[in-house]
Ligand binder design. Structure first.
Ligand SMILES: Cc1cc2nc3c(=O)[nH]c(=O)nc-3n(C[C@H](O)[C@H](O)[C@H](O)COP(=O)(O)OP(=O)(O)OC[C@H]3O[C@@H](n4cnc5c(N)ncnc54)[C@H](O)[C@@H]3O)c2cc1C
Length: 601
């Protein structure tokens, strides 16, 4: 694909009000040779170094996690996103996502250790550090000579991250800060050499970030390893700072800039976390397919039962859709970063602004992919029946490991509310024109609907029309809610959650349709039969969900004529002219999986 210009790429959140052509989306089928090589070498590494030791990961073998991380460092996987001048590979955002995706599939313990180190443990220095800080720390972190951890959460400050009590007091000679406080749930704490610590200077409104080297002689101590539901070999401890001396030159960005750093690090962390859920889904689906083909009941392989086909089809579909949306957004981010680099931004500025632009999509993906892997592994257990409940099969650990993704990097509730909140803010700033399209929907609702029968002969013609209508549902619900509640909208959390579900479903469904359409155009429709079925199946489910959520939202604030009009609008905007036969679609998808005996999309 050629480099895009500023005007050619959608701004973050604009997907909702602008139509995207399939030629303008990046898909996994567009990976270049370098990206494919990276993917294959990570896959090979995981199959060689991680899969054979799965049992040890369940037995809290923290040393094994550290060993694997070191090996990953030797192969360059920890430095994909880091510029070459700091001993990284300096690869693009898509490659970074690919490594996160494929390194995370076999066990959540490595997914977490890798994510905490390369994302929140390293990125704050790469992106906000001074030249001296970067030179001193980044090469060590990029190569795995040192490991990083991120200390934001405290016993009293979780989702409300800026409320931490950890203090940083400047020494009389002005040479160092003395940090005291308690951090909890710190991933990689057991083997980290350097911590990104957030603390408050005096009574500042916002916290400040510091780079703190691990030195037990310097007032740093640890709690025991937490006893957790999953990710058993990911080290998670409390970290206590007792008058830990940190040179002033180790402050990150400026005083009071910590909250901004924390939030931006999380934006990047969120989309990478989405990627980290993808290969787990592929592997879970593949294991389920293989088991279903082998397991015989009633003299029949259970894969032949409609009830099992339904599960396999839905599992594969969510993996395909998650992948479509994640790489679509990743490429938008990469393009935006490149445009900024070309216009003279530094690497850090370009990367920060590039990701920040798509913070809405990052939140959407974090929520969608973390819930998909949860559902996928849950159904995986069901396919295995009693064996699924056994720790001797892969499903049990996959299910437990999946659970954390809905909690960290901002809980899914917080991310749902953020996605809508950020969109409304962008609209207020004029970055995304929601008002015009929302007014147009209002006028359409007052008008007489057209009874013309559209021409749906082209692939996805009806589906694309449906996506347009679903966008109108969001504009109708969110637009009226903003009008009604103004700045108080944020107090109406259940309404925001409903609106965010509409937003999420639209983005995910559209991404799958565009990917499949692009591939059908270039490789031929007959090569994409099951992908077409998956896109249609996902959309059908999305329409059902959107219908329910929008109804709930509308009823919460509208009454009388307005209520009736909006419900009628909802009916119109979620109406299929030709219902897809989802039973047939699922059967087609499952039959392909069963025949190939693997995840084959
Ligand atoms: C295994 C693990 C590893 C972790 N690793 C790290 C790490 O490396 N570094 C780090 O700093 N932190 C880490 N965390 C902490 C993690 O980021 C927090 O647990 C998370 O942000 C939620 O905070 P909390 O646990 O205090 O929950 P709370 O904030 O107390 O939330 C509890 C519930 O209330 C909801 N809630 C909270 N506020 C609101 C609101 N305003 N509106 C609506 N609902 C709300 C939440 O969604 C949630 O359902 C880790 C946690 C775990 C479990």
């Amino acid at each position: 694909m050629e480099a895009k210009t500023d005007k050619e790429i959608l701004r973050g959140g604009q997907f909702l009000v602008k139509e995207t052509s399939c030629d303008d989306v990046f898909t996994p089928e567009d990976f270049n040779e370098e990206q494919k090589m990276m993917r294959d070498s990570v896959k090979e590494f995981v199959d060689r170094e991680i899969v054979p030791h799965k049992e040890r990961f369940e037995k809290k073998d923290y040393a094994l996690t550290e060993e694997i991380m070191q090996k990953a460092g030797e192969l360059g996987f920890l430095g994909v996103a880091i510029p070459e001048e700091y001993d990284g590979l300096g690869m693009g955002f898509v490659s970074t996502m690919l490594v996160c995706d494929y390194i995370s599939g076999a066990t959540g313990s490595i997914a977490t250790a890798f994510g905490a180190h390369t994302g929140i443990g390293t990125m704050p220095i790469t992106l906000y550090g001074t030249e001296e800080q970067k030179k001193k720390y980044v090469p060590k972190l990029a190569t795995g000579e040192w490991f990083g951890a991120y200390c934001l959460t405290e016993p009293g400050a979780g989702s409300d991250a800026n409320s931490g009590k950890t203090k940083a007091v400047l020494s009389e000679d002005g040479k160092y800060y003395s940090i005291s406080g308690q951090k909890m749930w710190i991933s990689n704490a057991g083997f980290a050499n350097v911590f990104i610590v957030f603390a408050r200077v005096e009574d500042d409104k916002n916290i400040t970030g510091f780079i703190v080297e691990n030195d037990k002689e310097n007032g740093i101590s640890f709690g025991e390893e937490e006893k957790k539901l999953g990710i058993h070999s990911s080290s998670t401890r409390q970290v206590f700072f007792n008058e830990t001396k940190v040179p002033v030159e180790n402050m990150l960005a400026g005083r009071g800039e910590g909250f901004k750093i924390a939030m931006n690090a999380l934006n990047i962390g969120r989309i990478k976390l989405a990627a980290a859920c993808l290969d787990a889904q592929r592997r879970v689906t593949e294991n389920a397919v293989k088991y279903a083909n082998e397991r015989v009941q009633f003299k029949t392989p259970i894969a032949q039962f409609g009830a099992i086909k339904q599960k396999l089809a839905e599992m594969a579909t969510s993996a395909y859709v998650g992948e479509s949306a994640s790489y679509r957004a990743a490429k938008n981010i990469e393009d935006r970063i490149n445009i900024r680099l070309e216009s003279g931004n530094s690497h850090s500025e370009a990367e920060l602004k590039g990701v920040e632009e798509y913070a809405i999509e990052c939140s959407i993906l974090k929520v969608a992919c973390s819930e998909d892997i949860q559902n996928c592994s849950d159904e995986g257990i069901q396919v295995f029946g009693g064996m699924g409940f056994s720790a001797d099969t892969p499903m049990e650990a996959a299910w437990r490991d999946a659970r954390i993704s809905r909690i960290y990097e901002g809980t899914n509730e917080i991310n749902r509310m953020l996605s809508v909140g950020m969109l409304v803010k962008k609209a207020m700033k004029g970055h995304v024109d929601l008002l015009g399209p929302a007014q147009a929907v209002g006028e359409e609702l007052m008008g007489i609907p057209s009874f013309d029968k559209p021409d749906y002969s082209e692939l996805f013609a009806e589906e694309k029309e449906m996506i347009k209508k679903l966008k109108k549902v969001f504009l109708m619900v969110a637009g009226s809610a903003v009008q009604k509640f103004g700045p108080q909208l944020e107090e109406h959390q259940q309404l925001l959650l409903a609106a965010s579900d509409i937003l999420i479903e639209v983005y995910m469904a559209e991404s799958a349709i565009l990917r499949t359409e692009k591939n059908a155009k270039r490789f031929g429709e007959d090569t994409q039969k099951e992908q077409i079925a998956m896109s249609q199946l996902y959309l059908y489910n999305a329409v059902e969900k959107i219908n329910a959520k929008a109804k709930e939202g509308i009823i919460s604030f509208a009454e009388g004529d307005e209520l009736r009009m909006m419900l009628m609008g909802l009916k119109r905007f979620t109406k299929y002219d030709n219902f897809p036969n989802v039973v047939k679609l699922r059967t087609e998808i499952a039959d392909k999986l069963i025949a190939e005996n693997k995840y084959c999309f």
